[in-house]
Design a protein around this ligand. Structure first.
Ligand SMILES: Cc1cc2nc3c(=O)[nH]c(=O)nc-3n(C[C@H](O)[C@H](O)[C@H](O)COP(=O)(O)OP(=O)(O)OC[C@H]3O[C@@H](n4cnc5c(N)ncnc54)[C@H](O)[C@@H]3O)c2cc1C
Length: 354
């Protein structure tokens, strides 16, 4: 049996930032992830607001593929609106790795290819090279992504998702504009084309509807979208790569804390349910979770865990609450998407009207 002060499950942005927040001399912090760093395809388009970089404890400039300046929203009628919305397109593998290296430099232990398998309320059983190993942590930070084991088993959370398929195609025309495509068929979601140097990330995300074969639906619709925009955007027709991923769209739980388990990032439904963005929330909420856990271990006072509930809410709740409300309105009025977007899409002024 291994004893640690803090066990962090998941080495994505939420887990790495939680580790950075929790790290302190005298506190043992172990991060584990079922994948190896850089293994597998990136399940992310990598768009973040430029301001996020001011909140990072370390420079992540090395993970920027390119800056973007404008968002172009293409409505179902094909009318286009351009908005100043500066951001960066990241290489997510590089970004996560920068945070991970920083966590390591703070004295955190990291194990890869180790899967968290079972938690009996006291000990966590992990599979390390297929062999079970028991860990007894004082506190667990569950940053294990959209299908979080801990969120499913210990929190009364709704789990609805946008299912997203993303292609990576060659891009022959550099651009600083990223595009969002709304279409009646992309129920509860949208299509996107984000320039990333000499490639573009083109995807479609939709909310699950029973009765359709989601993968083939997304696949044929992305191919159609690519054919429509290829000439104008300078895109190749043939993808280099495709990935499939889930984006949580249900509200976060009332409390992120249950006994000694703390949720952060996609595991906690901290994702924005209109845009689908979750990197910024994972970064800031992961860090706040880590800080509160550190104070709890240092003082032995568990009330610092509820401080995390307050702090993350102060930072993100108004924005997410508005987005959940707008999402409800958007779905109710999906039959008249063009009109619904004038109040339910983030670039319209009326979106912020309450
Ligand atoms: C197609 C797509 C495009 C997206 N594009 C954007 C975008 O442009 N901008 C944006 O802000 N957000 C985007 N997102 C959302 C963004 O990817 C997530 O919000 C973000 O990754 C959340 O970080 P996280 O650390 O909470 O979770 P993750 O990044 O999912 O990390 C969780 C980690 O936990 C590990 N794990 C899971 N279960 C276990 C287990 N049992 N044992 C051990 N390890 C485990 C996983 O291997 C993973 O490494 C996109 C998502 C998708 C699917």
């Amino acid at each position: 049996m291994l004893h640690v002060d803090v066990l962090i499950v998941g080495a994505g942005p939420a887990g790495c930032m939680a580790a950075i927040g929790a790290a302190q001399k005298g506190i043992s912090v172990l991060v584990l992830d079922r994948k190896s760093p850089g293994f597998g395809k990136e399940r992310c388009a990598g768009l973040v607001p430029r301001l996020l970089f001011t909140e990072l404890p370390v420079s992540a400039a090395g993970s920027v593929i390119q800056p973007v300046t404008y968002m172009e929203t293409v409505y179902p009628s094909k009318i286009r609106y351009t908005t100043y919305a500066p951001g960066f397109i990241l290489n997510r593998t590089a970004f996560d790795n920068i945070l991970l290296q920083h966590a390591l430099s703070c004295g955190v232990m990291v194990w890869f290819d180790v899967t968290c398998h079972y938690h009996d309320g006291e000990t966590v059983t992990v599979l390390k090279q297929s062999k079970p190993l028991k860990i007894k942590p004082r506190i667990i930070i569950a940053a294990d992504g959209p299908v979080s084991y801990f969120a499913r088993h210990f929190f009364p959370l709704q789990r609805q998702y946008i299912l997203a398929l993303q292609y990576i195609n060659d891009l022959h025309k550099p651009s600083e504009t990223y595009q969002i495509f709304f279409n009646q068929d992309f129920y509860g979601g949208y299509g996107w084309c984000f320039p990333a140097g000499d490639i573009a990330k083109i995807g479609i995300g939709i909310q699950t509807k029973s009765g359709i074969s989601i993968k083939s639906f997304l696949d044929s619709n992305i191919k159609r979208l690519i054919r429509e925009i290829a000439d104008l955007n300078g895109l190749s027709l043939k993808p280099r790569q495709e990935t499939f991923g889930l984006i949580p769209i249900s509200p976060p739980p009332d409390s992120m804390v249950f006994n000694n388990i703390v949720l952060a990032g996609d595991a906690a439904n901290q994702t924005h349910p209109i845009t689908g963005s979750g990197i910024a929330q994972a970064v800031t909420c992961g860090y706040l979770a880590g800080l509160s856990v550190r104070k709890t271990i240092e003082t032995g006072n568990k009330s610092f865990l509820s401080e995390y509930d307050q702090l993350w809410r102060q930072r993100w709740f108004p924005e997410l609450q508005r987005a959940h409300l707008r999402r409800q309105e958007l779905l109710q009025n999906w039959h008249d998407l063009e009109t619904a977007l004038s109040t339910c899409w983030v670039t319209s002024k009326a979106y912020y009207d309450f």
